[in-house]
Design a protein around this ligand. Structure first.
Ligand code: SF4
Length: 499
């Protein structure tokens, strides 16, 4: 599906009278890949884009397509002064840095700006600004900052950097200071998808949008509510305008609400559903939401009539103990009722599951499996997180990990374990794979393919190496090598494990 951030940025720039051209190099590259390489682009292979060894495989794609990429960039940016914005999710940092360097090599007069989700303050945007090919980083919400930044660059980049922007100048990082969040989201221009090849995406004619920003909940493992600080929502009429534009201007056949949660403001949801029904717009749409008691049969029936075909609920666990530890306010009897009512309304539904939260006992874990069994006939799909429970910088769980009985070496938060040793990465991988097997056993569709973690041997090798268990580490690295064809010597931990 097309990206959403850049169309919002394009809309904001055009509304400010700035000429913009928008490109999707990602799909151009994807269409030129060998079929065997296309799994790199599947969400289940996201790890390829983080880890140095796997980035090596991604780098090989970029070097093979170097001539095409350079030609594309030359056509896109031309010679002379131009501001080139590149968006970067966490998985896109490596390609973004690569493109930034190529842009600078092909047009030394270009000003390179990086923005996107990996540039929020919680993700150390100064590391991105330190990349030699990057001139500016837009930190956080971009629609207003990019307009100010283009004006700043266009008038000679003199004086202080605009708020919400970092500048790399003479090996130093200058900070423009904090930019307040946009108070009234209804003032934002509509996203503009001009330039994106809308008929070439895998899920043709699916147009993403965001009806709100932030979350009403405060789950301790999650960064959404910290990134966005507070929950802000758009009015039903503003969302309705965007849906109408998606159909009439962009030819949308379906809509994806990309919010942290689509049901943060129930009265807006009621109003929007009523408007879509009254205007006879029956465009199918899907969304992610929280389980809350307000998801009652009347509202669910209205949403179904208004085109809602699919809801993903962030259940995460079906243990009251774990939900309490997570800071989730879900009542499990409400969860069962909402899942049944969603099914009765004719809406397909998926539940997200996280295994291995600190404090999750074997009994807690089994409660989640039992919940899936009990609700099997109402559920369409289960989506277990292949990050299990990541403890990410910026979250409350990271800040307070000692309170949760968790230890990890600096920078090794993925390898966290509980002080009593009952929950390690190996425990979490084992529970994750048990969810996959359980789903297969009860005939419940699972978002994650197969019954094993795809890069399990590499991760388990790293896990044992991190614990100083070199013989075990070598065993898993060799299995990884045998399965993937990557020479053991090219697996970063392998040589260290040999010592
Ligand atoms: S409900 Fe979802 S988006 Fe909101 S804080 Fe919890 S995990 Fe994050």
């Amino acid at each position: 599906m097309p990206a959403l951030g850049l169309p919002y940025i394009q809309g904001a720039l055009k509304a400010a009278g700035i000429e913009v051209r928008l490109f999707d190099l990602n799909i151009e590259i994807y269409e030129r890949l060998d079929p065997a390489e296309r799994d790199f682009w599947d969400p289940s292979h996201h790890f390829i884009w983080y880890e140095p060894i796997d980035q090596g495989r991604a780098r090989a794609v970029f070097s093979r397509l170097a001539a095409f990429i350079d030609g594309f960039l030359i056509d896109a940016i031309g010679p002379g002064p131009v501001v080139v914005g590149i968006t970067a999710l966490a998985t896109q940092k490596f390609p973004a840095f690569h493109l930034a360097a190529r842009v600078k090599a092909l047009n030394p007069e270009a000003t390179v700006v990086i923005g996107g989700a990996s540039c929020f303050p919680q993700y150390a945007p100064d590391e991105i600004a330190a990349c030699p090919a990057v001139d500016y980083v837009v930190v956080g919400e971009g629609e207003r900052a990019i307009v100010d930044l283009v004006g700043y660059v266009g008038t000679g980049a003199r004086g202080p950097v605009p708020p919400g922007v970092l500048r790399r100048r003479n090996e130093r990082i200058e900070e423009g200071g904090r930019r307040p969040l946009i108070r009234d989201l209804d003032l934002l221009p509509m996203p503009d998808f001009t330039g994106l090849p809308l008929d070439r995406y895998q899920d043709r004619r699916r147009i993403p949008m965001m009806w709100s920003r932030g979350c009403v909940n405060r789950c301790v493992f999650c960064i959404e509510h910290r990134i966005w600080e507070r929950f802000r929502w758009r009015s039903a009429s503003h969302i309705f305008r965007e849906i109408r534009e998606a159909t009439e201007r962009w030819g949308a056949g379906k809509i994806e609400a990309n919010d942290s949660l689509f049901n943060g403001n129930i009265s807006v949801l009621h109003e929007l559903g009523g408007m879509l029904i009254a205007e006879g717009i029956h465009l199918p749409w899907g969304c992610e939401g929280i389980i809350r008691k307000e998801m009652a049969p009347g509202l669910l029936a209205k949403l179904k009539n208004a085109g809602c075909g699919y809801i993903t609920y962030g259940l995460e666990s079906a243990s009251a103990n774990v939900l309490r530890l997570m800071g989730k306010r879900t009542d499990l009897s409400v969860a069962s009722r909402v899942i049944r009512d969603t099914s009765a309304a004719g809406i397909l539904q998926k539940v997200n599951i996280m295994v291995g939260f600190p404090g999750e006992t074997e009994d807690d874990f089994r409660s989640t499996l039992d919940f899936l069994t009990d609700n099997r006939r109402f559920l369409t799909e289960v989506n277990p997180s292949d990050g299990f429970t990541g403890i990410f910088p910026g979250t409350e769980l990271y800040d307070r990990h000692l309170d949760f009985g968790v230890t990890f070496a600096p920078g090794m938060h993925y390898f966290w374990e509980t002080r009593d040793g009952t929950n390690t990465l190996a425990t979490r991988i084992e529970r994750f794979e048990r969810v996959l097997k359980h789903a297969a056993a009860i005939g419940l569709k699972c978002t994650y393919p197969g019954t094993e973690l795809l890069n399990r041997d590499k991760i388990l090798g790293d896990f044992h190496l991190n614990r100083g268990e070199h013989t075990e580490a070598l065993r898993f690295y060799e299995r990884h090598s045998a399965r993937t064809g990557v020479e053991p010597d090219r697996i970063p931990g392998y040589r260290e494990a040999l010592r």
